[in-house]
Design a protein around this ligand. Structure first.
Ligand SMILES: [Mn+2]
Length: 429
């Protein structure tokens, strides 16, 4: 397997940190042992934890005001795959890439070959009917799968079926559908008719899904539609997944809810009724800010993982959520942000694994609210960095991914090789 960052550089950076890491790991192991937790068992789980990198995430994002390009931005999907390979090499947490069509359209066999050079696979395929592709016959300005015009809906359905066809060659096993359809003015759209048209269109897409595939529908409260959105919340999303069938699941993007909504509780409900498909992880302060996962409210991320671990440990039937990042990088190097975000997910996962679930259940049954919440806090307060770093070291990654990345000078190197081009899409969904 090819490695983009020289193994010498990673080894040199690791060598300077390894002795301290071993001491920290042993010390943490001793403290966890006192709590009846075997550190190596936790490390094994971290090594198996995986999250997909969105192809669109390695480019610099933007806002509706401006986009400030970064140096050495990927020019096409093949450059994006190389950037994803760097993230994978240094974190060993991101074995797959999630593609967005038509942004990443290329000969599927060539794509497969490019990814397999670095041992990368393909996660969920993402369709795009929220913007118009070059040369497209009918515009999505007033909607796609819920459009009032049947021919426009047909075009959007065909596009999704094409995404499935591309994905079949790539070895993908899922299609993620997010639409921007909605309205900007009261009265502009008939809510019920628009949703009916959407459901009918989705049924056609669902019919084209191979038996071993999953269909993820993603809800989003607002933007680009600022008055009403067709698939606006988890309730509508649950209705969709239920109407479509057993292969249809809800995708939860952490940024797509109203402020202060209890997302971990939505996650619990979807698990309970077997409709949790997966996540787009990111963080937000005000709205759909698409900030780095765990950068604003790491406790919320922990509480989401607390629900996931609870389901994992209780052996919830059919529980196998897809993990994907979906964030926009405006002021950081996207590779650095994505590496650290993958690590933030691992951190929340490990902290959730440390929750004393037996004690928690006893406190819940005894109505001891204070001790119940302290049980969660005790896990959350644990500095699990040595476990994460040791997992990276054991699997061939970097103890400190950002340090090794900077030592390798990758960004300067690609800045020289990749002349700046107008972006094919700064999209974030
Ligand atoms: Mn998303």
């Amino acid at each position: 397997m090819e490695q983009i960052i020289s193994a010498d550089i990673v080894e040199k950076d690791n060598a300077a940190r390894e002795a301290d890491l071993k001491r920290d790991y042993d010390s943490l192991g001793e403290r966890l042992d006192r709590r009846g937790i075997a550190i190596d068992a936790i490390s094994d789980k971290v090594e198996k934890f995986a999250v997909a990198i969105p192809s669109w995430g390695v480019g610099t994002g933007g806002t509706r005001f401006a986009r400030f390009p970064g140096a050495g931005e990927p020019r096409d999907i093949f450059d994006k795959i190389e950037d994803c390979a760097v993230i994978r090499q240094l974190t060993q947490a991101t074995p797959t890439v999630s593609l967005h069509i038509p942004w990443d359209k290329a000969d599927p066999n060539r794509l497969k070959q490019a990814a397999s050079r670095f041992g990368l696979g393909f996660d969920s395929m993402n369709s795009n009917t929220f913007s118009d592709a070059k040369g497209q016959a009918l515009s999505y300005k007033f909607g796609s799968l819920s459009h009032a015009d049947a021919a426009t809906r047909r075009q959007a359905v065909e596009h999704n079926l094409e995404c499935i066809e591309i994905g079949k060659t790539l070895g993908s096993k899922a299609l993620t559908v997010w639409i921007g359809d909605g309205s900007n003015f009261p009265g502009q759209v008939n809510f019920a008719k628009a949703f009916e048209r959407y459901l009918d269109a989705m049924k056609e897409i669902y019919a084209g899904l191979p038996d071993d595939w999953k269909l993820f529908t993603e809800h989003k409260m607002y933007e680009p539609a600022f008055y009403s959105t067709v698939v606006q919340d988890w309730g509508t999303n649950y209705i969709i997944a239920t109407e479509l069938g057993d292969k249809a699941f809800c995708l939860v993007d952490l940024g797509h809810h109203a402020p202060n909504v209890n997302i971990e509780m939505i996650v619990s409900r979807l698990i309970q009724f077997k409709k949790l498909g997966g996540f787009h992880f990111n963080d937000s302060k005000y709205g759909d800010d698409d900030l780095d996962a765990g950068s604003i409210d790491p406790y919320r991320l922990f509480l989401v993982f607390n629900e996931l671990v609870d389901a994992e440990l209780s052996g919830a039937e059919g529980f196998d959520p897809a993990h994907m990042l979906d964030q926009s990088h405006n002021v950081t190097d996207p590779i650095e942000s994505l590496m650290l975000s993958a690590v933030e997910l691992q951190r929340a996962y490990v902290q959730a694994l440390l929750v004393d679930r037996k004690a928690l259940e006893a406190y819940q049954d005894a109505n001891d609210a204070l001790m119940a919440t302290q049980t969660l806090k005790a896990a959350y307060r644990t500095d699990v960095e040595p476990i994460l770093a040791m997992a990276r070291l054991n699997t061939g990654g970097a103890i400190d991914p950002v340090s090794a990345y900077r030592a390798a000078g990758y960004r300067a190197k690609v800045a020289a090789e990749r002349p700046a081009v107008a972006s094919g899409g700064g999209g974030i969904v």
